[in-house]
Design a binder for this molecule. Structure first.
Ligand code: PMP
Ligand code: GLU
Length: 398
């Protein structure tokens, strides 16, 4: 039966983050005491004021198909959010609501890419970008960045990789997996390079916007000259602890928004009605309401960085946002640990899973084969125990 699968689907790789989450679940079911630091999802419950809105929506009989691009009221709330948080003036016809930011990103790629179009992906990038590009017959152009540049693309690197075939550049800030956040100045420098390439689009994935511990978040679309060529992607999964509700959204030039709606109308008919009603309430509230969760993430960042510093061989940047650390572990490559030869980050991540019972994700999935990603969206106790298990396993290796 396998021969019946399309070449397209055979080329597609399984999402490494979701694969590791599934493996963790499986091992836990077998009774193994695994600490899961692989999946990027808040360990909080969705705030009560949002849950209450969903319950009300059920009671008020919201049960029909919604407009394909989302309820008008939700799109207005999104327009308001962009104005309030990002000083961006969008019209409702520029906004499309989808089943998670992942679908938003897929819609965009499917809508703008023709075969052979190049998409610049600064590495490390979020795991699904590369495969979404490939699925839509685009060509990913991966640009390596190092820890010394805080894993951020420089204008020189961008310039050197732009070609006649470049269709877009695609990045997240705060970045999953490095936690790096582009400053206004850095975005301006990138925008300046792009001035010479007026047909190149930008996908700015800002889903971690509120989980930001440093300078205020800056949207690429707010940089002079960028709004008409930038697609701003956001969602509620991370900031509002709503991963399972599956609502993401974008604001884009009207033609792209219209095309994404056309695509979505043939694929999902639109996002879940109850979740959309709840998100109206979430987005209308001031972001101050979720600050307590952000403060906890910041405390955990300090905790994990302090603990990892005690393990020789882990070299880590200081993430300014999101809830991941992305240590370079290449000093362990070529070593034999617990009887296993460690050749790369994937071997290392599996070593941690099998011998320390700590789930992480290999950096290979994010375009950086020297690092692993550790999510600190976990309790202090789990963070402490996990790092202690890793320290014990690696004790004396270097
Ligand atoms: N972008 C980034 C950078 C992410 O980490 C995620 C993870 N969920 C997504 C997009 C997709 O989010 P969702 O589909 O849950 O809205
Ligand atoms: N974005 C999360 C992560 O990077 C969730 C997993 C996924 O959607 O792939 O772990």
């Amino acid at each position: 039966m396998e021969t019946l699968l399309s070449a397209k689907i055979n080329r597609l790789e399984t999402s490494a983050t979701l694969a590791m989450a599934a493996k963790t679940r499986e091992l836990k079911q077998e009774g193994k005491d695994i600490i899961g630091l692989s999946l990027g999802q808040p360990d909080f419950n969705t705030p009560d004021f949002i849950k209450d809105a969903a319950v009300r929506a059920i009671e008020e009989n919201y049960n029909s198909y919604t407009p394909v691009d989302g309820y008008g009221e939700l799109k207005e709330a999104i327009v308001h959010k962009f104005k309030r948080d990002n000083q961006l003036d969008y019209q409702a016809d520029q906004v499309v609501v989808s089943t998670g930011a992942k679908q938003t990103l897929y819609n965009i790629a499917a809508t703008v890419l023709d075969p052979g179009d190049e998409v610049i992906l600064p590495c490390p990038y979020w795991v699904s970008y590369r495969d979404i590009v490939k699925l839509n017959e685009g060509t990913p152009v991966e640009i390596k960045t190092s820890i010394d540049q805080d894993f951020k693309l420089t204008p020189e690197q961008l310039e050197a990789n732009l070609t006649e075939k470049t269709k877009m550049i695609w990045y997240s800030s705060p970045c999953n997996p490095s936690g790096s956040v582009y400053t206004k100045k850095e975005l301006e420098a990138i925008a300046e390079v792009l001035q010479k390439y007026p047909d190149v689009l930008v996908i700015s994935d800002e889903i971690y916007e509120h989980i930001n511990f440093g300078e205020a978040h800056v949207s690429m679309a707010s940089i002079q000259g960028m709004k008409d060529r930038t697609i701003t992607v956001n969602g509620v999964s991370k900031a509002f602890a709503m991963t399972g509700w599956r609502i993401g959204y974008m604001a884009a030039p009207p033609s792209i928004a219209k095309a994404c709606t056309k695509l979505q109308g043939q694929v999902t008919s639109g996002a879940n009605c109850i979740a959309q009603r709840a998100v109206i309430t979430a987005l209308k509230e001031s972001p101050d309401r979720i600050q307590p969760m952000i403060d906890i993430f910041e405390q955990r960042r300090k905790l994990i960085l302090d603990l990892l510093e005690r393990i020789p061989g882990f070299e880590t940047n200081v993430p300014q946002g999101a809830f991941y650390v992305f240590p370079n572990v290449s000093k362990f490559f070529g070593k034999k640990i617990a009887g296993k030869e460690i050749k790369n980050a994937t071997d290392f991540s599996f070593l941690l899973l099998e011998n320390a019972h700590v789930a992480t994700v290999t950096g290979e999935a994010f375009g950086n084969p020297d690092c692993i990603r550790i999510s600190y969206a976990a309790s202090n106790e789990n963070i402490k125990n996990a790092v202690e298990r890793i320290r014990e396993l690696l004790d004396g290796v270097l």
